[in-house]
Ligand binder design. Structure first.
Ligand SMILES: NC(=O)c1ccc[n+]([C@@H]2O[C@H](COP(=O)([O-])OP(=O)(O)OC[C@H]3O[C@@H](n4cnc5c(N)ncnc54)[C@H](OP(=O)(O)O)[C@@H]3O)[C@@H](O)[C@H]2O)c1
Length: 281
């Protein structure tokens, strides 16, 4: 493989201040990409940006104004974006609401990347062929999406609500692929693998225990966990993965039955756009 296959490409990764996003940022920078490191903590984001030789961009997805500012900055500074990797995510053990009035986990994991992508969509489409990647999770299999309870308010378990947001990531990606057909933009969601060492697997005690005892499946290293994002960002024919959900490096990964419901994907998109006041194109 050509060592510098990403030379001249700009890759934006959210959640790149730590864990899988940071590792993917380093690997893609190693392949020659200009990697825009987006994170929440200014210090952690700056440290990773230093490693890959770019400017850090800080945004807290618990504030939709931050997401809008981030989109403005990206549009201002980067005339082309070849890959947008929506990777930031949280697992919480307690519910809380954002100042925008949404459930925090729902907003960070699903609403914010939906908004960011839509605000960048014209740029992604006109400068294409751009790839939009969504870091989902195998946890998507355990909880369905209810259009009358978009934020999962009626669900008791935070672990199941996390799964719901990750299924929403898959449906978002599938619908994005449908909406951008013929523009060159492609969209793919994926499960990275279970990496015990990242922060996300420490915040919810139940998930932490399930991971520790390997009850959610076998564990992979940080490098292996970053590999699917890197693979999808670099694969020569992204159309082959368009609209798909990968389980690590394999297409058509195991997912909740709703993951292939195109009607649900469309209605979820419309509901979300309505919630955010984003025009439905
Ligand atoms: N690790 C696993 O086993 C696993 C398995 C399946 C799926 N995933 C998915 O992989 C993605 C990355 O997770 P990870 O394992 O790398 O976890 P991590 O080490 O906890 O990293 C999470 C990243 O998301 C950012 N983030 C968290 N809250 C944010 C907010 N309010 N606004 C903006 N950014 C925020 C964090 O920023 P700061 O650090 O700057 O706060 C960090 O960069 C997530 O979407 C997760 O659902 C992980």
């Amino acid at each position: 493989m050509n060592d510098r296959i990403m030379e001249g490409k700009t890759v934006v990764i959210t959640g790149a201040s730590a864990g899988l996003g940071a590792e993917a940022a380093r690997q893609l920078a190693g392949l020659g990409a200009t990697v825009v490191v987006v994170g929440r903590s200014p210090e952690k984001t700056a440290a990773v940006a230093r490693q890959v030789g770019t400017e850090p961009l800080v945004a807290d997805f618990a504030r939709l104004t931050d997401v809008r500012k981030l989109a403005d900055t990206l549009l201002d500074r980067y005339p082309r974006i070849d890959v947008l990797a929506n990777n930031a995510g949280v697992v919480l053990s307690k519910r809380s609401r954002t100042e925008d009035g949404h459930d925090l986990m729902f907003q960070v994991n699903y609403l914010a990347p939906f908004l960011l992508t839509n605000l960048l969509l014209e740029r992604l489409t006109t400068v294409g062929p751009a790839r939009v990647l969504s870091t989902s999770s195998n946890g998507n299999r355990f909880a369905g999406v209810d259009l009358d309870d978009l934020e999962g308010a009626r669900r008791r378990s935070e672990m199941l609500r996390y799964g719901m947001t990750k299924l929403q990531n898959i449906l978002f990606s599938r619908e994005l692929a449908r909406r951008t057909q013929g523009t060159g933009v492609t969209a793919t969601a994926f499960h990275p693998g279970i990496v015990a060492t990242t922060e996300i697997n420490r915040t919810n005690p139940l998930i932490a225990a399930l991971v520790r005892y390997r009850l959610l499946g076998s564990l992979v290293s940080l490098e292996e966990g970053a590999a699917p994002l890197v693979h999808l960002a670099t694969m020569p024919d992204p159309e082959a993965a368009n609209g798909d959900y990968y389980h690590r490096l394999k297409p058509n990964g195991p997912a909740h039955p709703q993951a292939k419901d195109d009607q649900l994907a469309t209605r979820l998109w419309e509901r979300t756009a309505d919630l955010l006041g984003v025009p439905v194109t």
